[in-house]
Design a protein around this ligand. Structure first.
Ligand code: COA
Length: 158
């Protein structure tokens, strides 16, 4: 389909699980905007600029994907970018209640704004940015979980 969809998250940092969802969305839709949320409530390790750059670097092989930082409501961001739908990854049953709540609220904030759920590949089912940071903090090897640019960025944060 040749329309624009948005995949939003904090991406602190982007993981291979996120990238898997982005690659699937890029095959299905004309344009994918990866919306990197400022999200001060999470006190991110990487700044908004750093997180956005890491998403950009990790998606250079995908010509119809762009990364944009945002603050404020996701529904407003979607309107500004004329997006038809939001993409969300559903990793398992634990994600479903929360995701349906988000989808309904976003549709109430912006009528007609749909949410499309995509399951990530099974090997990323238990992955999250917090887990990557946690493993790395304890000197664990995160090579299999993140794109190469993220590995370097984590080393620079030491
Ligand atoms: N692979 C790996 N990890 C994944 C994943 C996947 N496919 N999908 C989700 N995750 C992880 C994320 O990395 C995140 O991990 P973390 O908590 O360790 O950082 C966790 O699962 C939760 O992900 P998510 O629910 O996407 O949270 P988020 O913080 O990344 O993004 C926003 C949430 C930004 C989409 C949401 O807060 C938002 O829309 N904010 C804007 C304000 C707004 O409009 N609010 C009203 C919404 S109704």
């Amino acid at each position: 389909m040749s329309y624009t969809v948005i995949y939003a998250g904090t991406f602190d940092p982007i993981t291979n699980g996120h990238l898997d969802i982005i690659e699937r969305a890029a095959k299905l839709f004309g344009n994918v905007i990866v919306a990197v949320a400022k999200n001060p409530s999470k006190q991110p390790l990487f700044s908004l600029e750093e997180r956005t750059l890491l998403v950009k670097q990790s998606c250079v092989h995908l010509s119809n994907v762009q990364a944009v930082g945002f603050s404020g409501l996701l529904a407003d961001f979607a309107v500004q970018h004329q997006a038809k739908a939001l993409i969300r990854g559903i990793r398992g049953s634990d994600d479903i209640e929360y995701e349906i709540q988000l989808a309904q609220l976003n549709e109430q904030l912006e009528e007609g704004l749909e949410t499309i759920f995509l399951p990530p590949a099974v090997q990323w089912r238990y992955l999250s940015s917090t887990m990557v940071r946690e493993i790395y903090r304890h000197q664990g090897d995160v090579t299999q979980f993140v794109p190469p640019f993220v590995l370097n960025a984590l080393k620079e944060k030491e």
